[in-house]
Design a protein around this ligand. Sequence first.
Ligand code: PLP
Length: 395
Amino acid sequence: MLYFDNAATTPMRPQVLKAMLPYMKEKFYNPSSVYAPARRVRSALDDARVEIANAINAKTEEIFFTSGGTESDNWAIKGVLEAFRSKNGNAAPHIITSATEHHGILYVCKYLERQGVEVTYLPVDGEGFVSPNALDAAIKPNTALASVMLANNEVGTIQPMARLTEGTRRHGIPFLTDAVQAVGHIPVDVEALGVDLLSLSAHKFGGPKGVGVLYIKRGTPILPIFQGGAQERSRRAGTENVAGIVGMGAAIKLATEELPTENPRITALRDKLTDTILKTIPHTRLNGPLSHDRLPGNINVSFRFIEGESLLLHLDMKGCCASTGSACSSGALEPSHVLMALGLDHAQANGAIRFSLGAGNTEADIPALMQILTPAVQKLRDLSPLYDDFLKKEK
Ligand code: PLP
């Protein structure tokens, strides 16, 4: 099996599973209970909090456990709006975000628009970058929040975050970054980025699914969106996913230790595979940044004359896993909103495939993939009337 879908999810590392197992067996206690075995469970949560805080240069009291990236995104946006409303009465709030956000941000903004919130969707350039000047120009007196993802899940664009946060910082406007694709893969330092809120998710860096973090910089105005128990210092109600959190702590520790070697290794692998695809298969184009500001594991290529979805099925039949974009929209015929925002036409967007590399990929995967990919593309092109027309015109 060839796995090229690490942006959708990563396999759990054996050390992570080992760290988690006791908390699903003998260490099953509720961390909010008062007796000694439960207090030891609470202390395991605190250890994981320290690991996460260290990994992103935050303070432990700024780390809040959630059920993953989607919850963190929802909480950050809705919680900041609630706080804005409670301070500013009926003034309609305004949010600034970008056109290429994950649905975890974009659909929350669409939902809030239906409730009367004003949203500015900043455009991106051909490589997926948001312009800091455009962000500054979008700021209004009623801007309650700005939200731009740190690294894009489809095309890997890493935003110039420190520049993007400058203007909002001057105006005291909270800034959220969805760093779900970034944490564990590139260095992330909340102070250097200048963000107030940051979402991350364990299953994108070798941890378990269904657990993540919302980083909340001290003093950021945000209210809880869950009402209930007093967990997470009364800001996120609900009994903690203890085993998941312990696993996330182990996974972030491993990813942080391995970052100095894994980041350049995977970047080199990415560049080699990209080159091989573009040189071996004609009529292909790389989508996203050509510069170094691209996630180490991200390759997004459009294959002219064919549908990405059909190519995925062919790859799948040969035991190769890849994706046409974000996992939630694969299967949908709508072209990717990210690729359209980059200025691709429908045909280019529908012919795109994302190969995302991770800890399990090696050099040997490149020839193995090409052996499957090259004939699959040719087979689909041979069936394509568009390709046939093209060949006739060429003659
Ligand atoms: N944000 C981004 C950029 C993502 O890539 C994903 C997952 O694909 C999410 C948010 C959602 O995270 P989770 O799967 O933990 O809900």
